[in-house]
Design a binder for this molecule. Structure first.
Ligand SMILES: Nc1ncnc2c1ncn2[C@@H]1O[C@H](COP(=O)(O)OP(=O)(O)OP(=O)(O)O)[C@@H](O)[C@H]1O
Length: 219
């Protein structure tokens, strides 16, 4: 918890007064969110509240009608539906994305594959992978370039329990290195893992600190 004498960290990601409608259907109506380095943020809310819409806007893949998003660092984004090439193997995906990010080697990719426990599929085509393994590859690719903030849209759909725990090991490692992670979740039992719960309802976000509360939280 920050004290009065500790300067507030500069946010890594900030969304201000976000408005978004689909046709005449308003979804976001003045949503604000501030994410600090090293912060774990859960975006929660009912089905259809606009959580995925918000994440797409934060990721810059969907334009806003009004408002602005400020990002000060590298971004990783894991959409709900993995965007993979069915004909490329896991290893080829790593190589392709590493080249796109101009990475000198595949070390981080191989480390993530090992951490998430799917080394045996290295030579399998993405189209032949199970849904859970495709999600692991999706997550690996989003993390390959060591982003400062990671946006995850329900990342563990299809994960078995062991993988779910490994996933949290990865996230805790990111957090320990000052990376911010924003996750859409429906899992009430895990909410204590987060620093901030961003509760989305009626197009706006109400921030709630979770019992973890180790940071100065503003939204
Ligand atoms: N491309 C689109 N065109 C029209 N309406 C859309 C589009 N995408 C989402 N919507 C609508 O916007 C609202 C918010 O959708 P969104 O997927 O952002 O909600 P969500 O909170 O992520 O839902 P869930 O918890 O079910 O995943 C819903 O009513 C949805 O039907």
């Amino acid at each position: 918890m920050a004290t009065g004498s500790t300067p507030a960290p500069l946010p890594i990601l900030q969304a201000r007064d976000i408005h978004k409608s689909y046709g005449r259907h308003p979804v976001l109506r003045g949503a604000d969110l501030t994410v600090d380095p090293g912060q774990l943020v859960a975006v929660v809310g009912e089905n259809g509240a606009g959580k995925s819409t918000l994440l797409k806007i934060l990721a810059g893949t969907l334009p806003v009608d009004r408002g602005e998003v400020t990002l000060s660092g590298a971004l990783g984004y894991c959409p709900q539906d993995p965007v993979l090439n069915a004909n490329l193997t896991v290893e080829q995906h790593l190589r392709y994305f590493a080249a796109a990010h101009r990475l000198p080697d595949l070390d981080r990719g191989h480390e993530l594959v090992r951490l998430l426990g799917y080394e045996r599929y290295a030579r399998s085509a993405a189209g032949d992978l199970s849904g859970g393994t495709r999600q692991k590859l999706n997550l690996t690719l989003a993390l390959l370039h060591d982003p400062d903030v990671l946006l995850l849209d329900e990342p563990y759909q299809g994960f078995d329990w062991e993988t779910y725990l490994r996933f949290w090991d990865v996230v805790d490692g990111l957090r320990a290195h000052g990376k911010a992670v924003v996750i859409i979740t429906h899992l009430v039992f895990e909410q204590d893992r987060f620093d901030l719960l961003a509760d989305l309802a009626d197009g706006r976000i109400t921030p709630r600190t979770s019992s973890r509360e180790q940071h100065d939280v503003r939204a």
